[in-house]
Design a protein around this ligand. Structure first.
Ligand code: DAH
Length: 343
């Protein structure tokens, strides 16, 4: 090998050794200047090429270029290593932290929780039931007469492949299941999805959410129902709302009433929300029918009780000022993100 090439190899070895031995950025800089600086060793070797004999010029030039590239790369990588261990990797610790992406609770979840929370404070526990129900729990046990239109397939979604089964049309079968499973005193709220053969529009959906309430004990009266329902709506809408019980019919309660709440948005004077009536219809209620008690084996001579049912979407539409129920089911993140509610 030509002696100049041997020298070059020796420079390479020396550089590598020196570079490997640096312990800080200043030492590294000194090595860099020595080899790669404008007046450094490699620059001076480039000048030497012209004087070399023609047969080594080519190889020497190639080898020298290789050394220059390798040395540059090595210095850079050692420098990056120092910066990283100094916390100088281009990371700016004064920048605000990136927040981890958080989902948000669905408005119906928030609403249901709020309802549950209020009743739990009043001593109610939460009960659940299946969304696929049998006809007996959904209708028969609830004292629904055979001729009642709600049993019709035009209203109720029956399961085609399983005779006698349907998607529950209301949360009321939760009452039946609870009373079958436990003796009074009973105080439960039963939230859940219900299903009806309805065409969706701004105020209807084939699936929606109800909360059932049931209170059974000795001496429970309609006055308890009125007091509890009023307390609930005052928690929800504010302490100045009033309630109004309008006589109605439900198969499983007698007497039955529909519950109206005075409009919290205009104070009852009449506005867009209450359609100028001053009242908003919220749900059904009544005293548990003795037939229902007998069906589940509770003695109506000993116990009385009341029940109610209300719609979660209805509350959410009002409280969150949403004008189309379908928004709750489309899962458009631009809609959902507005409710935040991180617990
Ligand atoms: N289940 C009724 C409905 O979906 C609502 C209802 C009314 C529930 C009266 C009750 C009640 O518990 O007592 O229309």
């Amino acid at each position: 090998m030509h002696e100049k090439l041997q020298e070059l190899q020796a420079h390479r070895d020396a550089f590598m050794k020196e570079a490997d031995n640096v312990t800080d950025i200043d030492q590294l800089e000194a090595v860099r200047v020595k080899y790669l600086g404008r007046k450094g060793l490699i620059a001076s070797l480039f000048k030497l090429i012209a004087e070399l004999p023609p047969e080594v010029k080519g190889v020497f030039g190639k080898e020298l270029n290789r050394l220059k590239n390798d040395a540059t790369e090595k210095v850079e990588s050692i420098e990056a290593g120092f910066k990283k261990s100094n916390g100088e990797s281009g990371f700016d610790p004064t920048l605000p932290a990136r927040r981890p992406f958080h989902g948000s609770y669905h408005p119906l979840t928030l609403m249901e929780r709020e309802v549950r929370r209020v009743f739990q404070k009043m001593g109610f526990t939460v009960a659940r039931g299946p969304e696929v129900e049998d006809i007996w729990h959904n209708f028969d046990a609830l004292n629904t007469p055979d001729w009642h239109p709600s049993r019709d397939a035009s209203d109720t979604l029956y399961l085609e492949d399983r005779d006698g089964w349907l998607l529950r049309t209301e949360t009321s079968p939760i009452q039946i299941r609870t009373m079958q499973a436990q003796q009074p005193p009973i105080r439960i709220v039963g939230p859940g999805r219900v299903f009806r053969n309805d065409k969706p529009d701004a105020t209807h959906s084939a699936m929606f959410t109800q909360v059932e309430g049931l209170y059974v004990d000795k001496g429970v009266t309609f006055a308890d129902l009125k007091g509890t329902v009023l307390a609930f709506y005052r928690h929800i809408f504010g302490s100045s709302v009033k309630t109004r019980f309008r006589p109605h019919f439900f198969p499983f309660t007698e007497p039955s009433a529909e519950v109206d709440v005075s409009c919290a948005f205009c104070g009852g004077k009449g506005c867009r929300v209450c359609k100028q009536s001053g009242w908003i219809e919220m749900g059904g209620s009544g005293m548990v029918d003795p037939n229902v008690f007998r069906t589940v084996g509770i003695d109506p001579e000993v116990y009385t009780g009341w029940a109610f049912g209300l719609g979660i979407e209805r509350l959410a539409l009002l409280l969150y000022d949403v004008d189309d129920i379908r928004l709750f089911y489309e899962n458009d993140e631009r809609f959902l993100a507005q409710f935040g509610g991180r617990r």
